[in-house]
Ligand binder design. Structure first.
Ligand code: ATP
Ligand code: MG
Length: 213
């Protein structure tokens, strides 16, 4: 990666994978794992959002259940961790506030952050709070997502687009929206989410009474 030259030699590289994770699925895990390998990250922190501003009018599974599913999904991987930073914060979950909170933690002093998103999310970035400042606080990675052409990135303002690092990953056409729909209709979600997440969804009857989709 030609971006490596600009890094301080002792700065650790930390991935951040934000999301609603309602529920977490193999698409999220693959994106994080591919970024881990591509950029030599020492850790990828999964950060379930507490109150995502862009999903404010949707009925979400409780933050605690989304947090627990994220823990269950990542527990087997030694370089994946889960943070409660957004779950425990009041008000809307803005990425800029999360980056500031992580920066202030002594264990991440001097770290270079890699914020990992799918191409669909990156195309929305103009609607985020303080996108220019976000770009100065981390490297912004856009992984491939089924149904979204990388060409769409050309529509972003140049000052943002030039800072985004595209990362091609195998396409997994899985979304939480489809998983909720499948669970609601009693269809199988096996092989789309880790077994422990599937069991958790079944045990707690999540999504069975969903009417949102
Ligand atoms: P929903 O359908 O509810 O929006 P989702 O599957 O898009 O759910 P999110 O929690 O919204 O999941 O996504 C969190 C992050 O993971 C976003 O940056 C999104 O682009 C990325 N992501 C989600 N699914 C995939 C996938 N299959 N491949 C690559 N990236 C993904
Ligand atoms: Mg999404």
């Amino acid at each position: 990666m030609n971006n490596r030259a600009a890094e301080s030699p002792d700065g650790i590289k930390i991935g951040i994978m934000g999301g609603t994770f309602d529920p977490i699925h193999y698409g999220h895990l693959l994106a994080a794992d591919e970024a881990h390998a591509a950029f030599g990250l020492s850790e990828v922190i999964f950060i379930p959002s507490g109150h995502p501003p862009h999903k404010a009018n949707k009925k979400l599974t409780s933050p605690e259940d989304r947090y627990l599913m994220t823990e269950l999904a990542t527990v087997d991987c030694p370089y994946f961790s889960v943070s409660r930073v957004e779950i425990d914060r009041q008000g809307s979950s803005y990425t800029i506030d999360t980056l500031r909170a992580l920066r202030a933690m002594p264990k991440y002093a001097g770290a270079q952050f890699y914020f990992i998103t799918g191409l669909d999310a990156v195309l929305d970035i103009v609607s985020w709070k303080n996108p220019e400042e976000i770009m100065t606080m981390c490297r912004f990675v856009a992984v491939s997502r089924y149904g979204y052409s990388p060409k769409k990135m050309e529509e972003l303002p140049e000052e943002l687009r030039t800072k985004i690092i595209p990362l091609e990953i195998p396409l997994l056409a899985i979304s939480s929206t489809e998983l909720r729909e499948r669970a609601r209709n009693g269809r199988s979600i096996r092989f789309m989410v880790p077994p422990a997440v599937e069991k958790f969804i079944r045990k707690k009857s999540l999504y069975r009474n969903n009417t949102e989709e």
